[in-house]
Design a binder for this molecule. Structure first.
Ligand code: AYL
Length: 524
């Protein structure tokens, strides 16, 4: 077993709201918490806290609190922070929905999470209201953040002036959020994270993420995904930094905002590093305010990280984790410029982990030199999820009786104690850091009348990391083309899940138990 090289951090036994906002000093209340990137509008910490209290009051006045699930469906705008923390403050549970989801995808999440209220933005109202109808959420329970005729706006709720409720729950067992992840197999499942899980992961990062109230942090990674949720909405706010929100990634705007807002810290996923290393636009902006960068959510190529560092003069930290870990478990510390950027650094505070030989089940040790053999990475700590919502079997297959979460990632440990992800055991595909669950695309493909069988695997891609590739068995007599298959999938899923390569085969290779032999297909 490997332990974190850092001393244990004390994990406060409090709610997310109490951790972040309860004891806000007058000085901190005056600081800027959020800046709307496109307009420059600012919200102070004091104003944010007041809005969170008012929103919790308005929810309580509608009978929403402990036991209720509220969906939040919005790109990154400052009001996201108000609504996210307002839901948690009321005692309710937030489920965050990808802003690019189709009606089918969103309705599935609303139904599975049993959401009874929904916050959205006016440009997304069509998808939101159709999904809500499927899930039985009435129009009065749809709140539009920026306001829209016929709907209650966020401003209307805050204007009610309702006092924040007194709620009491056990932070260790009360579910704060339910983001969705497919984990090691199957469809997306609700990942139940407690208040303590979220508080812990912020506290655990203390020794390795050097973010302070002086920092100005670009927040374009979506808050609805666990990376943006924990690192931006929780960690950056806990340090009283300023978050500059951008609703989508556009390279020119991204660079312009870094220059204009004197951004000091940028959290990215690997595809953004590709642009930063190679795109000619980068030279046209003054990025000298940037002193820190972190990449996570998908493998970072060492030479790519080095190219970004050479161009911008800033070292890149790499973080590793998964939604089920709230999400961070390993990080390259800021003061270890000697470590290869191809590693994920060390286990963060309060983390124990193992590397387990997939064939024999034996635990692998740290070698005297070089790297260990590869094995599955298992992780234990206060950030391990409570379990999947309504999925006891999947929970037991993922978190063992000793509390270790089996990540489905293949790792090695190096002689200096750093870790490296070298492969993936699980079927998950990562397109630009976003999850694509092969099982979901396979089920969709099988609904096509001309498709007899299908399997989806990852194909390496220089820009996206991986793209979903479909191997399709056509029904006899079918003249289905590659384009037909791609168009069919694109009509039903969010853009990151689109099938971007197709091959027709005679039969999907399967084991005697009927499991798709993805490894056989990956090489083709
Ligand atoms: P999910 N290197 C290789 N693979 C990675 C890495 C990495 N640095 N980070 C995540 N993955 C893969 O739930 C891995 O397969 O969370 C893992 O099981 O969307 C899966 O992505 C989890 O996908 C940070 C910032 C962690 C972000 C995150 C993880 C958020 C992604 C630490 O500092």
């Amino acid at each position: 077993m490997f332990r974190s090289p850092y001393p244990d951090e004390v994990i406060p036994n409090v709610s997310v709201y109490d951790f972040l906002f309860r004891d806000l000093s007058a000085d901190d209340a005056a600081r800027v918490a959020l800046i709307d990137g496109p307009t420059g509008d600012e919200t102070s910490y004091g104003a944010l806290k007041a809005q969170i209290d008012l929103l919790a009051g308005a929810l309580a006045a509608r009978g929403i609190g402990i036991g209720d699930v509220v969906a939040l469906h919005s790109p990154n705008v400052p009001a996201f922070a108000t609504v996210f923390h307002g839901i948690l403050r009321s005692g309710a549970t937030a489920t965050t929905v990808n802003a690019l989801y189709t009606v089918e995808e969103m309705a599935r999440q609303l139904q599975d999470s049993r959401a009874t209220m929904l916050f959205t933005v006016s440009p997304l109202i069509t998808v939101a209201s159709e999904s809500a109808a499927f899930a039985g959420i009435p129009d009065e329970r749809i709140i539009v953040l920026d306001g829209l005729d016929g709907y209650t706006g966020l401003r209307d709720l805050l204007a009610e002036g309702a006092p924040a409720p007194e709620v009491s729950f056990d932070p260790a067992t009360h579910v704060a959020v339910i983001p969705y992840s497919s984990g090691t197999t199957g469809f997306a499942k609700g990942v139940q994270l407690s208040h303590t899980n979220l508080v812990a992961n912020v506290a655990q990062c203390a020794p390795v993420l050097d973010v302070s109230d002086e920092d100005r942090i670009l927040a374009f990674l979506p808050f609805f995904h666990i990376y943006g949720m924990t690192i931006l909405l929780n960690l950056a706010l806990s340090r009283h930094a300023a978050l500059i929100t951008l609703p989508r990634f556009d390279l020119a705007q991204f660079l312009q905002v870094i220059q204009d807002q004197k951004v000091s810290f940028v959290f990215i996923a690997p595809p953004v590093a590709v642009a930063l290393a190679k795109h000619p636009l980068v030279d046209q902006f003054d990025l000298s305010s940037v002193r820190g960068m972190m990449s996570g959510a998908a493998p970072m190529d060492e030479s790519l990280a080095n190219a970004v560092t050479a161009r911008l003069g800033v070292h890149m930290q790499q973080g590793y984790g998964m939604s089920e870990l709230s999400p961070v478990s390993h990080v390259i510390p800021p003061d270890r410029d000697d470590l290869s950027r191809g590693t994920i650094g060390f286990p963060i505070a309060n983390i124990e982990c193992k590397i387990v030989d997939v064939e024999t089940g034996a635990e692998l040790d740290m070698p005297a030199e070089g790297s260990s053999r590869p094995g599955e990475l298992w992780v234990r700590g206060p950030n391990v999820m409570l379990g999947y919502l309504g999925q006891e079997q999947a929970t037991h297959e993922t978190v063992d009786d000793d509390g270790f979460l089996h990540t489905g990632d293949i790792a090695q440990v190096n002689h200096d104690g750093s870790f490296q992800i070298v492969d993936r055991l699980k079927e998950l595909i990562k397109y630009k850091g976003y999850q694509v669950a092969p099982a979901e695309l396979e089920a969709l493909l099988l609904t096509h009348p001309e498709i007899a069988d299908a399997a989806v695997v990852a194909q390496p891609d220089p820009a996206a990391g991986e793209i979903p590739k479909a191997f399709v068995v056509r029904r006899e007599g079918s003249a289905l083309t590659e384009g037909d298959v791609m168009t069919f999938v694109a009509e039903h899923v969010a853009p990151h899940k689109k099938v971007r390569a197709v091959a027709f085969i005679d039969a999907v290779p399967k084991s005697s138990a009927g499991k798709i032999l993805r490894k056989d297909l990956r090489g083709r």
